[in-house]
Ligand binder design. Structure first.
Ligand code: SF4
Ligand code: F3S
Length: 106
């Protein structure tokens, strides 16, 4: 499966959701997650993300491994997103910032 990691937080560009062929992105207030039960490992979302936030599960950086479980957990609480929408207003400011996990809203 593929995993959305920290760089998405406070950016949420949503280009990823537009290209996913199996509707596996779910949307929270300032983060998207991938449903691991639905992802078919097509990799279409990877180059679409302006924040480079998406990784194959076995390539998630060591300091972000906890995001795999977080995607699986939050996907059960958040609705599916099918189309691109405007990024968060602060997206450019937060792109590439470190340690954004405390900012995650559920
Ligand atoms: Fe969707 Fe493919 Fe990305 Fe999985 S790898 S989330 S199926 S676009
Ligand atoms: Fe997030 Fe990148 Fe998608 S910032 S919403 S994973 S395009």
């Amino acid at each position: 499966t593929y995993v959305v990691t920290e760089n998405c937080i406070e950016c949420k560009y949503t280009d990823c959701a537009e290209v996913c062929p199996v509707e596996c992105f779910h949307e929270g207030p300032n983060f998207l997650v991938i449903d691991p039960a639905e992802c078919i490992d097509c990799a279409a979302c990877i180059p679409e993300c302006p924040a480079d936030a998406i990784y194959a599960e076995d390539e998630v950086p060591d300091d972000q491994k906890h995001f795999t479980a977080l995607n699986a957990e939050l996907t059960r609480h958040w609705p599916v997103i099918l189309r691109k929408k405007a990024a968060l207003p602060q997206a450019e400011e937060f792109k590439g910032k470190k340690d954004k996990l405390p900012l995650l809203r559920r």
